[in-house]
Design a protein around this ligand. Structure first.
Ligand code: PA5
Length: 459
């Protein structure tokens, strides 16, 4: 039961070498010491069984209702972790069929009217439970979703009381508009600890209520997170896998490889990779360093899923510009080997090669083949290995990525916990919607968005 990291293919000729990596160890150790001197709250979330108990209690209440669909309303860090958990740990991702024991889970991280209309047309609204998630309580997309669906549920039941019972609000314990609405109108709530920011919050009630309702193994999820946090804290700096992974990426970034390809081999890992992409991008892409100097730094994380994207992205990765670092995520033991039956006429090479083999073997051969092609082309590759795809190892992966992100922020000397660029977009949207208090930004926003009439085309 472990998460393993292999960096043997990460330092080909033409970029930072293994020696550069080893000689940067003191720089990395300083960052780690700074981090451990003030361990962030989220790093201890694996041990917060009190938060889990709150979610278990609320989940038990919700399960008394007649419902078949649990809907997460939120965006960014208030939604991506939910998609990641349900897609990695349920049998068939978000498409699994509901049963009397397990509702369907839908994460609606959008305000796209066409998509939401499709949702409304596809579900029985009176058989849904909605979990509105917003740490700040002021995110306009989540507010719009909340208003829309509250109205729909209220009309379905013709009752405010019945509608309220179909909602759980997950937000800051004290601050924000969502908390005020909950207090004034009597909605059930769950807390997101004040110390935990959106993209680091999946192991709080943000992800745990949905996981409980879906029947996922939340205790193992938290145990996996704890195991990784504890073993990284207890080990020597030179054995710290998250530090090594962060350092390798930062050295490549500094040497002109800013594109970080996260390459899981497994369809269940697609949304987990999307969650990681937000974590890495929003935490590390910064205009200013911690001293306030303009630096405009940050890696560009991207996702490919094997073997599907071998037939889509790999040509670029193997032969295109040498500006990328690749991390394969592999699952050691698939839950089903998938014996491939023999059929059709003998002697056809594509079919002969599969005789007596399993899907698991084929998947790993494809992954290793892709790694070999990249490494032969001198492209850096790391391998992150989950022994199995289960709640424990997903918990390990989540904590590993969070700690590595914090370390990478330290190595880059940026604050991984703020997101001024996201806030700027939120302010602009509020101003454009005419929200009181934001009009002063309108002049500046209109100037930025001004179009040159001669630069529009149609066909
Ligand atoms: O990581 C973050 O802080 C952001 O991605 C937020 O999660 C996102 O903007 C949603 O914010 P909130 O949870 O306050 O609605």
């Amino acid at each position: 039961m472990a998460l393993k990291l292999h960096l043997g293919g990460c330092f080909p000729a033409g970029g930072p070498s293994k020696e550069d990596f080893l000689s940067a160890a003191p720089r990395a150790a300083v960052v780690r010491d700074e981090h451990l001197a003030d361990v962030p709250f989220w790093q201890r979330l694996g041990g917060r069984t009190d938060l889990l108990e709150l979610c278990q209690n609320r989940s038990n209440q919700i399960r008394q209702e007649e419902f078949d669909t649990f809907v997460v309303l939120g965006i960014g860090g208030s939604a991506l972790g939910n998609s990641a958990l349900i897609e990695s740990l349920s049998p068939f991702g978000q498409e699994w069929a509901p049963t009397p024991d397990r509702p369907r889970i839908i994460v609606l991280d959008t305000i796209d009217p066409d998509w939401l209309k499709g949702f409304l047309d596809s579900v029985s609204i009176e058989r849904c439970h909605f979990n509105v998630i917003s740490k700040s309580g002021g995110t306009i997309e989540t507010a719009a979703q909340f208003l829309l669906f509250y109205d729909a549920v209220k009309r379905a039941f013709d009752s405010d009381d019945a509608a309220r019972a179909r909602f759980t609000l997950t937000t800051d314990p004290k601050a924000g508009h969502l908390r005020s609405v909950a207090q004034e109108c009597g909605f059930e709530t769950l807390p997101i600890p004040a110390e935990v920011g959106g993209r680091f919050s999946v192991l709080t009630p943000v992800g745990l209520l949905m996981a409980e309702v879906a029947g996922l193994d939340t205790e193992s999820l938290l145990a996996g997170a704890s195991k990784t946090a504890n073993s990284l804290e207890a080990c020597k700096p030179e054995s710290d896998a998250a530090l090594a992974w962060a350092l390798a990426h930062v050295l490549h970034l500094e040497a002109g490889r800013p594109i970080h390809v996260h390459f899981p081999y497994g369809h269940h890992l697609r949304s987990l990779a999307d969650w990681y992409l937000q974590l890495w991008a929003e935490s590390l892409g910064k205009r200013e360093d911690v001293k306030g100097d303009e630096v405009f730094v940050g890696p560009t994380p991207t996702r490919a899923v094997g073997p599907t994207d071998q037939h889509s992205q790999c040509q670029l990765y193997v032969e295109g510009p040498d500006d990328k670092v690749h991390t394969f995520v592999r699952v050691g033991e698939p839950s089903w080997s998938g014996n491939i039956p023999s059929a059709f006429v003998e002697g056809i090479p594509a079919f002969e090669a599969l005789k007596g083999r399993t899907l698991g073997e084929l998947m790993e051969a494809e992954r290793r083949g892709t790694e070999a092609a990249l490494r032969a082309a001198g492209r850096p590759c790391a391998v992150l290995e989950l022994c199995k795809l289960d709640a424990f190892h997903v918990g390990q992966y989540i904590m590993f990525c969070e700690i590595a992100t914090a370390y990478a922020g330290g190595l880059m000397r940026v604050n991984p916990y703020n997101q001024p660029g996201v806030e700027a977009g939120k302010v602009a949207a509020l101003a454009l919607m005419g929200v009181e208090g934001y009009q002063e930004h309108l002049g500046e926003i209109s100037a930025v968005l001004a179009e040159d009439e001669n630069m529009s085309f149609s066909c």
